[in-house]
Each structure stands twice: as C-alpha cells, then as structure tokens.
Design a binder for this molecule. Structure first.
Ligand code: HEC
Length: 145
C-alpha cells in the first residue's frame, strides 16, 4: 500500500515536471517569436539580399505560395486551407511580423512549415525582403489563368 502511494505521488511529480518543462519551452518560443516580430530588419532591402531571398523563395516557398506569391502554388492546392496570398498579406503586415511567421509558423495551422531550424535568421530576412520587393497587391489576384 505504501509503495503504491509513493508510486502515485512520484508519477504525479513526474507529470508536473514534464508539464513545467513543456510550458517553459513553449514560453521561450513565444518570446522569440514576439521579439522577432518587433525586430528591425538588419538587411535593408539591398539587391544582394533580394536576390538571395529569391533563390530561397523558389526553393522553399513557391511550391505552396506560387512563384508570384499569390498563394497559388501547385502543392498548395492540395492543402485543406489554401496558402496565404503573400502579396495581400504584405499590404497589411510589417516585415518583422512576416519574418516571425516564417520562422515560427502560423499558430493553429501546421501546414505552414516552421523554418527556424532549416533557415538562418539572415536567410529568413532575405526571403522577407524578396517578398516585400514584389510589392503589395491589396486585391487577391491569381498569377495563374
Ligand atoms: C507546404 C506548403 C507551404 C510552404 C512550403 C510554405 N508555406 Fe507559408 N503558408 C502555408 C499555409 C497553408 C499557410 C496558412 C494559410 C492559412 O492558415 O490561412 C501559410 C501562411 C504563411 C504566412 C502567413 C502567416 C499568417 O500569420 O497568416 C506567411 C507570411 C508565409 N506562409 C510565408 C511563407 C514563406 C516565406 C515560405 C517559404 C520560406 C512559406 N510560407 C512556405 C503553406 C506553406
């Protein structure tokens, strides 16, 4: 009986620890996301940055978001929720917000990948500069017929 009680309390203790570590981990990601959101873009939209961003965009984003950023990539058409029209998105959002969503993903939609482990923060800024260089289009327009 004694052992059983001890086991139970040990299990409870372990579960509480796991929950604490998980919450702390999530809190850290949320904090990093918030700080990137308000960060200044360290690479002014230079030609080099935009061209590096174009290469990254073609490789990592175009399949879903489309070559012109209108959210009309072929792979994106198979998703439950269509990928965001980035040209419309940048009409309303700041660069830091864009970069933070690319780095840490969109809360509630796991179909938008998290790039913080596969791209460096610099690469994320380059891709951000590339998309902003395309210019905002406030009305959703498809680049495909
Ligand atoms: C596998 C498909 C896929 C790929 C690859 C992908 N995305 Fe997305 N993206 C999505 C989907 C799906 C959404 C969310 C749509 C929704 O929930 O309305 C999204 C949303 C976004 C958003 C908006 C987030 C928000 O807060 O609404 C941005 C910005 C974005 N993607 C940028 C990018 C960039 C830049 C890349 C490449 C580095 C990329 N995405 C690669 C599918 C993809």
């Amino acid at each position: 009986m004694m052992t059983r009680t001890r086991n139970l309390s040990q299990t409870a203790c372990f579960l509480i620890l796991v929950a604490l570590v998980a919450t702390a981990g999530l809190g850290c990601v949320a904090m990093k996301k918030m700080s990137l959101r308000s960060a200044m873009n360290p690479h002014a939209e230079s030609a080099e940055s935009v061209s590096e961003g174009a290469t990254i965009y073609a490789r990592e984003c175009a399949s879903c978001h489309g070559a012109g950023g209108f959210g009309d990539g072929l792979a994106g058409k198979k998703l439950t929720i269509p990928p965001t029209n980035l040209r419309a998105f940048i009409a309303e959002r700041a660069e830091g917000y864009f970069a933070s969503q690319v780095a840490y993903g969109k809360t509630g939609n796991p179909e938008m990948p998290v790039f913080v482990k596969t791209l460096s923060i610099n690469q994320i800024w380059h891709v951000t500069n590339f998309v902003f260089s395309l210019g905002p289009v406030s009305k959703p327009t498809s680049s495909l017929p």
